[in-house]
Design a protein around this ligand. Structure first.
Ligand code: 13P
Length: 250
């Protein structure tokens, strides 16, 4: 049995003070969750988030990581820094990074290796654009992204990595993949993992869905065989909505 993981992705939102407020609101609402609860927050909010979440079941993550351990990489952040700040998870290869900041499948692979080396739990994002879906190359697209992301990653490390299927056309648009569409692609991703690592790893690896997941549609999506959690954008900025999604993961 795979354990559900519900993770928020705050993107470029919240100051440290707002972070404390929101986490303090969330804590009692998610206290009896049976899933893992994670909030991936902007770098400057990590310390405040860790402090606010202390003693609760909320774990804190970051939204990106650089592949080098240190050096002349202005504006970047290393795994060691994230760990020292108290982060336990890190999002890698989000489509907004791919779309606006030149992230490629190869840099995703490099960042994944860095996250594993630092002892962070990676959340690797894959997903097709609307154009790719309309050309009927959704499965090919996510398969390629997954294969390159996991190049030279051992089965032991892969099994502890989370994959998030996030169709680009469903992010922040209010358009959600149907339960069936999401489950179909998550199943295809699981098949790719099976091809690379075998059935054991494929059955254990957590594959989330993300893209306009909200308090209303979460239960239907999470009931599907291959959907083991969610990566939540907008709805993770509202304590009540996020807690409804967390409660749907059981
Ligand atoms: P929304 O839930 O706002 O569509 O964002 C999804 C997402 O990109 C999570 O990483």
């Amino acid at each position: 049995m795979r354990k559900y993981v519900i993770a928020g992705n705050w993107k470029m939102n919240m100051t440290p003070a707002q972070t404390k407020d929101l986490i303090n609101q969330m804590k009692p609402l998610v206290a009896d969750a049976t899933c893992d609860v994670v909030l991936c927050v902007p770098y400057v909010d990590i310390a405040a988030a860790v402090e606010a979440a202390n003693g609760s079941n909320i774990k804190i993550g970051a939204e990106n990581i650089h592949w080098a351990q240190s050096g002349a990489f202005t504006g970047e952040i290393s795994g060691e820094m994230l760990k020292a700040a108290g982060a336990q998870y890190v999002i890698i290869g989000h489509s907004e990074r791919r779309q606006y900041f030149g992230e490629t499948d190869d840099t995703v692979n490099a960042r994944l290796k860095a996250a594993i080396a630092s002892g962070l739990t990676p959340i690797v994002c894959v997903g097709e654009t609307l154009e790719q879906r309309e050309k009927n190359i959704t499965v090919e697209t996510v398969a390629m992204q997954t294969k390159i992301a996991f190049r030279d990653i051992s089965a032991d490390d892969a099994v502890n990595t989370i994959i998030a299927y996030e169709p680009v056309w469903a992010i922040g648009t209010g358009k959600t993949a149907t339960d069936e569409q999401a489950d179909e692609v998550n199943g295809a991703i699981r098949n790719v993992i099976k091809e690379i690592y075998g059935i054991d790893t494929a059955e254990k690896i957590v594959i989330q869905y993300g893209g306009s997941m909200n308090a209303k549609n979460a239960a239907g999506l999470l009931a599907k065989q291959h959907i083991d959690g969610g990566l939540i954008g907008g709805a993770s900025l509202k304590a009540e909505d996020f807690s409804v999604i967390v409660k749907a993961a059981k």
